[in-house]
Ligand binder design. Structure first.
Ligand code: ADP
Ligand code: MG
Length: 256
């Protein structure tokens, strides 16, 4: 069980005041659960992931997993793929993997499962945006993470590319029993991926709705059931969902 309890997370601002980014936020996630977190821009979603992942310790609160502070085997995936341009695809993944022959085999297997077997020795600069995200996804899973933190990882991709990445994520997640926190401002994406969706209010982010998503898998962002649930929610909670994206995919064209 992942337990997150944030009493208060603030940042000093330029005028010497404090800016409260999160306040009174607590939630739990079961082992292997995929929890989507949605909320308007600036409500503290990235801040929350940084705290949960231990990248930011300056917080009044705590995060435990199985009763202890999680330190190892946390995978991250951000909005930008954050690949090292001077390393090949395989070496980017090996950078976080172990150094045994087994680790190398696992990295190759994952990249092949991501349909990147032909570009193992290519450099990121020669890949499309969608391919770069697939490398980042393989890198996130190569450590067999107990916890995977994803911060709007498929934003600004065209719809087919984003759908393909979502399907790959679900396949890997179902294989690994990893707990996933997936931040997005796209409600439709959240409903198509999550076992649960946690809605945060505007700043400072507080949990305003914790919604189990009972729709059967496999799901896609275009499923009529997903669209129906989205419009039902928008009708029931218009104030809560104000400021969220309508769920339309936008962004660069990408033929990956
Ligand atoms: P979200 O990811 O939901 O868009 P963030 O977690 O990035 O929101 O930011 C929440 C609030 O905290 C915003 O008002 C942002 O300006 C502020 N903030 C984020 N990071 C910092 C920082 N390093 N220093 C000061 N303020 C920050
Ligand atoms: Mg953010």
């Amino acid at each position: 069980m992942l337990e997150v309890e944030i009493n208060r997370k603030s940042y000093p601002d330029r005028g010497g005041q404090v800016h409260i980014a999160l306040s009174g936020l607590s939630f739990r996630a079961r082992r292997g659960e995929l929890v989507c977190i949605v909320g308007p821009s600036g409500c503290g979603k990235s801040t929350l992931l940084n705290v949960v992942g231990g990248l930011d310790h300056d917080v009044d609160g705590g995060v435990t997993m199985g009763g202890v502070v999680p330190e190892h085997s946390i995978g991250f995936m951000f909005q930008e793929p954050r690949l090292m341009p001077w390393l090949t695809v395989l070496d980017n993944v090996m950078l976080v993997a172990g150094h045994t022959a087994d680790d190398r085999r696992r990295a190759r297997e994952l990249l092949t499962a991501m349909e990147l077997g032909d570009v193992l020795h290519a450099y990121p600069g020669s890949l499309s945006g969608g391919m770069q995200r697939r490398v980042a996804l393989a890198r996130a899973f190569v450590i067999d993470p107990v916890l995977l933190l994803m911060d709007e990882p498929f934003v600004s991709l065209d719809a087919p590319t984003a759908n393909r990445l979502r399907n790959m994520l679900i396949t890997l997640w179902q294989r690994c029993n990893t707990t996933v926190l997936f931040v997005t401002h796209d409600l439709r994406e959240a409903l198509s991926l999550g076992d649960r969706v946690c809605f945060l209010s505007g700043a400072p982010g507080q949990l305003v709705l914790d919604l189990p998503v009972k729709l059967p898998r496999p799901r896609s962002a275009d499923d009529p059931a997903v669209l129906a649930l989205q419009s039902e929610l928008l009708q029931e909670h218009p104030e809560l969902l104000a400021g969220l994206a309508s769920g339309k995919d936008t962004g660069e064209n990408d033929n990956a």
